[in-house]
Design a protein around this ligand. Structure first.
Ligand SMILES: [Zn+2]
Length: 203
């Protein structure tokens, strides 16, 4: 039998050390199942990277089966013009339309942005874990500013102004996979963009 796992990649020791640093500064925080259920409304809309390196949604369905996914490969990286090597304006636009449609279809006002590492799309464009985490931050901040306005304009246009996105309904997640002594360990953390800005962004 051929092993599909051969194709899987995992965080290097250096990548792992960086995530430990992020955890120490509370940029990456553990969360409970109850919290996840509490802050999503009807499951929320998840913008995630479906490149298959890590099936984040499969993992999260263990916590919550009502997850509605939207977005092209790269997930939140597609909201990072000038940073993501695979950025295309039409991907950003179509992802926004998908999110607006799912807000309407599922009557939710919660947006969850999920990045992962290793990420096939990030690898394709030679991005490091530091760059991926920085893009997670940029995408989150944009959904609290310009992208929030564009999404809300789409919802108004579609006749669903009551579903408008608010900054406090944007949540970011980071899913990492590592191999320790031959055992795969995968974890999803909530990503705190404000802690990241405090400790990792130099002005
Ligand atoms: Zn990916």
């Amino acid at each position: 039998m051929t092993s599909l796992t051969k194709k899987k990649s995992y965080m290097s020791e250096e990548d792992n050390a960086y995530t430990q640093q992020l955890k120490a500064f509370q940029v990456l925080q553990a969360f409970s199942i109850e919290e996840l259920l509490g802050f999503t409304n009807n499951g929320g809309v998840w913008n995630h990277c479906p490149d298959g390196d890590i099936e984040l949604l499969d993992y999260l369905r263990k916590f919550n089966e009502r997850i509605h996914g939207a977005g092209p490969p790269g997930g939140p990286l597609n909201f990072c013009p000038g940073l993501f090597g695979g950025f295309e304006q039409f991907h950003e636009d179509s992802a926004l339309y998908s999110i607006a449609n799912l807000f309407e279809a599922k009557e939710t006002k919660t947006l969850c942005l999920a990045t992962h590492f290793p990420c096939g799309m990030a690898k394709k464009h030679k991005h490091t874990i530091q760059e991926v985490v920085h893009m997670a931050y940029i995408a989150h901040i944009r959904f609290c500013t310009d992208l929030q306005k564009r999404l809300n304009a789409l919802l108004v246009m579609a006749g669903f102004p009551h579903l408008q996105l608010k900054s406090d309904r944007v949540f970011s997640f980071f899913h990492g996979a590592k191999l320790i002594s031959g055992i795969v360990e995968e974890n999803t953390y909530i990503f705190n963009p404000y802690k990241y800005a405090e400790h990792f962004v130099t002005s």
